[in-house]
Ligand binder design. Structure first.
Ligand SMILES: Nc1ncnc2c1ncn2[C@@H]1O[C@H](COP(=O)(O)OP(=O)(O)O)[C@@H](O)[C@H]1O
Ligand SMILES: [Mg+2]
Length: 232
């Protein structure tokens, strides 16, 4: 289990997270919030890539920052801009980097599952945004991390890939993974969420089961579009 206890994070003078206390358990937690609400900061902090200005991140009760580098393989983080994490010469090489370091197999299986096996010899620089997302996701899943954190994974996916992502998330859940998905897509959230965290200006504004997604006034108050908002 991954817990944040009273976590605040400042970038210089910008207070991006304000006394956030929550826990990420098995299954899928959706972090929903507007632009600038702190979703990316929350994910980077939870994965140990940013150190809280105050408060603690606990992995199974232990301070994440006392655990050293060995916990890195426990975390799989999909960056908001997937191109930031594509560094291989080819798509295949890119997805293989993690598994090779850890001496594990399964690259082809993950790539086929995400429908990108045909792209294996391409340069990661020659992908559409949606393809780049799937390749980066394959890189994240390829080494089988227990904590999977995805930053706006649905934002550039077509409908087919979106459905695939929903299926893959369900599989991760079935395998007991702790999955955290940051998004502002309420429809996607309603398809996958076991739990919802509403973030607004760095603060947790609501936390609970997916019925939170059915409260349009609450969503609008934090700048998130409710599902099926009538357009007039
Ligand atoms: N590297 C940074 N330096 C300074 N401010 C930042 C930096 N990254 C994010 N911020 C600010 O922190 C707040 C939260 O940003 P972010 O976590 O990216 O939100 P979200 O992912 O929900 O859009 C915003 O006000 C943003 O402008
Ligand atoms: Mg973000």
């Amino acid at each position: 289990m991954l817990q944040l206890v009273d976590v605040s994070l400042k970038y210089g003078r910008v207070l991006a997270l304000k006394e956030v206390t929550l826990e990420f358990r098995e299954g899928i937690t959706v972090v929903l919030g507007a632009n600038g609400s702190g979703k990316t900061t929350l994910l980077l902090t939870s994965a140990g890539l940013l150190r809280p200005t105050s408060g603690k991140v606990l992995l199974d009760g232990k301070d994440l920052f006392s655990l050293g580098r060995k916990v890195r393989k426990e975390f799989g983080l999909l960056f908001q801009n997937p191109r930031d994490q594509l560094i291989g010469q080819t798509v295949y090489e890119d997805v293989s980097l993690g598994p090779r370091q850890l001496g594990i197999d399964g690259v082809e299986e993950v790539m086929r599952r995400l429908g990108i096996w045909e792209l294996r010899d391409r340069s990661p620089l020659q992908l559409s945004q949606g393809q780049a997302s799937l390749v980066a996701l394959a890189g994240v899943l390829s080494y089988n991390p227990n904590y999977v954190l995805l930053d706006e994974p649905s934002s550039s996916l077509d409908y087919r890939s979106l459905n695939l992502l929903v299926d893959v998330l369900a599989e991760l859940k079935g395998r007991g993974k702790v999955v955290v998905v940051a998004t502002q897509d309420t429809e996607f959230a309603s398809w996958v969420a076991d739990r919802v965290v509403l973030l607004d200006e760095g603060k947790v504004k609501g936390m609970g089961d997916p019925s939170l997604l059915e409260d349009p006034d609450l969503l609008v108050s934090v700048g998130v579009r409710p599902r099926c908002l009538d357009r007039r």
